[in-house]
Design a protein around this ligand. Structure first.
Ligand SMILES: [Zn+2]
Length: 325
């Protein structure tokens, strides 16, 4: 029998029960206990060494897993994003409501609008000028709005695509000179054939002197503008139509204004700057109506003249063929 576990072993044997009953302080150490106690730090150290990797892996698992386990974090992120999206949807919904209300108010305003009354510019027509209409703007209008805004002319060299410019030489060839001696000033038309077709009248929002077929065509242009865009129509102003003279700076080239087949227009009486490649927004809109009626726009000239509209070669040929000129 092993003495170590013999309960009767007494003080000479290893009595475990007695050992645990005694406190460390008041219990004298026996040799075998003393040896065992000496081993305790080494055993603890050994256990620590053995467990160290295990603890390390356990910690790695716990920390690593917590790092990659982003479930609740993802949920929070998603919740935030969903909340932001909800806010945006709500914002859009409110804006749409505003737009709908605005549209309804606008519709009501349009329905309540009185019948359109074109604003006729006041022109003090002096004694008959015999074709020598003075180049001046008719009436004044200081309203600055989008139509009067000066904008760049997009692709201006191609604005008359499909239409050919008649030009002074072609017009002279077809109609004869409006008068024999041309100067730099506007002078009366003397060509009897042309003079018989010349008329000064109110056409749409402006009063002009032109040949009859051009007046009729201009009336159609303005009527289409009036129906489509009454606000623009009300702001159309003229800087003159007929002016029998040569082109300034030349000795024999006749201006197309000399034949009563060209008109200079602007919005609100603001004159266009020649050759800057820009024009009033309203004139770019008007140009579409003129092109439809067979007029060419001076915006495409080498030296841009965007207030200028004149009948195209095709239109002239048509009027000649129809016996209108
Ligand atoms: Zn002109």
């Amino acid at each position: 029998m092993c003495r170590l576990y013999d309960p009767r072993a007494g003080h000479n044997g290893f009595d475990a029960a007695r050992l645990f009953r005694l406190s460390w302080r008041d219990r004298p150490l026996r040799p075998i206990e003393s040896n065992f106690m000496k081993l305790v730090p080494a055993i603890i150290l050994a256990i620590a060494i053995v467990l160290a990797p295990v603890i390390w892996f356990a910690l790695q698992w716990a920390v690593g897993d917590r790092g990659s386990y982003a479930g609740p974090a993802i949920d929070s992120q998603a919740r935030i994003e969903i909340e932001i999206l909800n806010q945006q949807v709500e914002d859009i919904r409110l804006r749409m409501e505003d737009i709908r209300e605005g549209m309804a108010a606008l519709g009501q305003e349009v329905r309540n609008r009185p019948a359109f009354q074109p604003q006729r510019p006041v022109l003090q027509q002096s004694a008959p000028t015999d074709g020598a209409e003075v180049f001046q703007q008719n009436g004044t209008n200081d309203i600055i709005d989008a139509y009067a805004q000066v904008v760049l002319i997009a692709d201006r060299r191609n604005v008359n695509k499909g239409l050919k410019i008649a030009g002074g030489r072609y017009l002279t060839e077809k109609l004869g000179l409006p008068r024999q001696n041309l100067s730099d000033k506007c002078e009366p038309m003397t060509n009897p054939r042309l003079k018989s077709k010349l008329k000064t009248t109110q056409v749409g929002p402006i009063r002009v002197t032109m040949l009859q077929p051009a007046l009729d065509s201009l009336a159609r242009v303005f009527e289409n503008v009036r129906i489509t865009d009454p606000d623009l129509y009300a702001r159309i102003n003229t800087a003159g139509a007929l002016c029998v003279r040569r082109i300034r700076g030349t000795t024999n080239r006749v201006s197309t204004h000399s034949f009563g087949l060209a008109v200079d227009l602007n919005i609100d009486g603001k004159l266009d700057t020649l050759g800057d490649g820009k024009t009033q927004l309203g004139l770019t809109i008007l140009a579409d109506f003129f092109r439809t009626e067979g007029w060419v726009w001076g915006a495409s000239w080498r030296r841009e003249d965007s207030m200028h509209f004149e009948i195209s070669r095709k239109q002239l040929d048509q009027w000649l063929a129809e016996g209108k000129l």
